[in-house]
Design a protein around this ligand. Structure first.
Ligand SMILES: *[C@@H]1O[C@H](CO)[C@@H](O)[C@H](O)[C@H]1NC(C)=O
Length: 138
């Protein structure tokens, strides 16, 4: 009899421990919110020196520009500021200045990076945006 009670107690403790552990794990994996906007730093500039970022970013912006500006080739994308979000890796929301021959526009570029396995991808772009607006979730 005592043995049965003890066994039930043991099983119950085991169950509770397992539940708590998996809950902790889940909350760690839950994606965080967006950080404060920070000026572009070396991490972000380095991201934009990577052709795996700059080429698809240019291509995606070029294809979304209106017919007037899409005739002019993009010369440069300069990161200005960014926010980040932890999602088993990092999602960067970068405010950039996109320059062509005779004008520029502000475009937001969303980049997903898993630094531990060297994976980086341009997820989306949106623009042109207002000059002074903080980059936001999109
Ligand atoms: C990309 O961003 C645009 C503009 O916010 C949005 O309408 C579209 O659904 C997004 N596409 C993807 C694949 O997230």
């Amino acid at each position: 009899m005592h043995c049965k009670i003890f066994l039930s107690f043991l099983l119950l403790s085991l169950f509770i421990t397992t539940c708590l552990a998996s809950e902790r794990k889940r909350s760690k994996q839950r994606p965080g919110g967006l950080s404060q906007e920070k000026p572009a730093d070396e991490t972000i500039r380095e991201l934009f020196r990577d052709p795996d970022v700059s080429r698809p970013a240019k291509r995606q912006i070029q294809s979304q520009r209106d017919s007037t500006s899409s005739r002019r080739r993009i010369r440069k994308i300069k990161p200005l500021a960014y926010k980040s979000q932890v999602v088993s890796g990092v999602m960067y929301y970068v405010r950039t200045r996109v320059t062509d021959r005779d004008s520029y526009q502000i475009w937001w570029i969303k980049i997903y990076e898993q630094s531990w396995n060297d994976y980086v991808k341009v997820v989306n772009v949106t623009g042109p945006q207002d000059e002074d607006e903080e980059v936001a979730y999109f």
